[in-house]
Design a protein around this ligand. Sequence first.
Ligand SMILES: Cc1cc2nc3c(=O)[nH]c(=O)nc-3n(C[C@H](O)[C@H](O)[C@H](O)COP(=O)(O)OP(=O)(O)OC[C@H]3O[C@@H](n4cnc5c(N)ncnc54)[C@H](O)[C@@H]3O)c2cc1C
Length: 416
Amino acid sequence: MPSNSEDVLILGGGVIGLSCALFLLEQGRSVRILEKNTVGGATSLGNCGTLTPSHALPLAAPGMISKALKYMTQADAPFYIKPSTDLSLLDWLLRFSLRCNAKDQRATAMAKAPLLNASRALLQNTIEKYAMQCQFQASGVLYVCNSSQYLDTLSAELPLLTECGVRSEPLDSAQLAAREPALLPDMAGGVFFPDDAHFRPDAYCAELARVVRAMGAVIEEDCEVYSIAVDGDQVRHVETSLGQRQAANVLVALAAWSPAMVKDIGLNLPIQPGKGYSITYTPPTILPKTPLVLTERSVCVTAWQDGYRLGSTMEFSGFDSLLNAKRLAALERGAHEYLHEPFGDEVKARWFGWRPMTYDDLPILGQSPKHRNLFLATGHGMLGMSMSAITGQLLAEQICTRTTAIDLAPYAPGRF
Ligand SMILES: Cc1cc2nc3c(=O)[nH]c(=O)nc-3n(C[C@H](O)[C@H](O)[C@H](O)COP(=O)(O)OP(=O)(O)OC[C@H]3O[C@@H](n4cnc5c(N)ncnc54)[C@H](O)[C@@H]3O)c2cc1C
């Protein structure tokens, strides 16, 4: 089989690499995906699977610094920064903290929302068009508060979300109880976001892989990319564990692993791994009707026909691969505070993943500032599933026509 005949080599076979492959194939391009393990087997596997324009507001928000300092003293807090002398992490944290103000929060939300809104619609179209079996449901997502303090904070965010084009339905305690019988009584209230949705993330990736293979994509698994070889402003080839691979264009979709891959070719990508955990169970008997965000504990609850997942936590501890028992237990403790039946009888999987976090909470999309035939689709942070479809469409447009449906300037790889 020739190893250099494709139009585009895609490095990384997570939801982003797979989605870019799909839209490139739709534009008539041939693609080859190089994946060091199995496609969809890393961060795209055990996440919560919610598709959430409601998450348009960034993590860097007014009040976040004092919250983070408080959390530093709690071993099981939902947000944790491991003390470190890693200069890239310290630099990232400094830049992140400088954005914890209302002006930057607003600017980020306004730039994130068009991606999230467009992707939500495009995901549904794509799933329907290719008859993907991934338990997609246009269910909405319900945010639940058990304290009036958090309800006030959440309510204060709604005007900005409305400006972002995100519809919401505030609920008082009685309305919340009537809407969701799985909740314990006497919650303070909540907000329902009707345009959110959810699917099984692992099933969606498997379906993307099925479809792109059927459309002619070559997927090479167990193929680790070692380096990208450039000559001036041109990528020549990539070196992999299976030998050299080359193509007219190369697209980096390596999530948290992207910075290390492009550093040697002069690109600085400020992405830190933001570790999160999930536990998957057999479904409990009282299933929530929609996914839930338990706001005080930052725990997300997602139920499917054949499974039930608690997921959360944001831990900045580098590529630390410990499955931290305290953080996993915190998911269950958090769920206990809100739900009659917080989880199912049998644990199917305990999991962690490294979200590719940029400090400005925007993905990195578009052409390399230094190379004519190198493109980046990375840094999707907490919302890679939600933004995957529009990312694929925009990168395919950029590579094939150089004009995109959404202006890529806010997400430009050269902005750092
Ligand atoms: C607990 C948790 C909950 C989450 N919940 C949600 C949610 O509800 N909704 C949402 O939208 N997002 C959610 N996310 C975020 C989402 O999972 C990520 O943003 C998304 O999976 C990123 O996709 P990706 O393709 O960029 O990364 P990945 O899936 O990590 O793909 C990158 C791929 O590159 C491969 N790779 C790395 N290095 C090499 C190399 N040298 N050579 C070849 N291949 C390589 C990896 O093996 C991997 O398969 C959550 C994340 C976590 C951790």
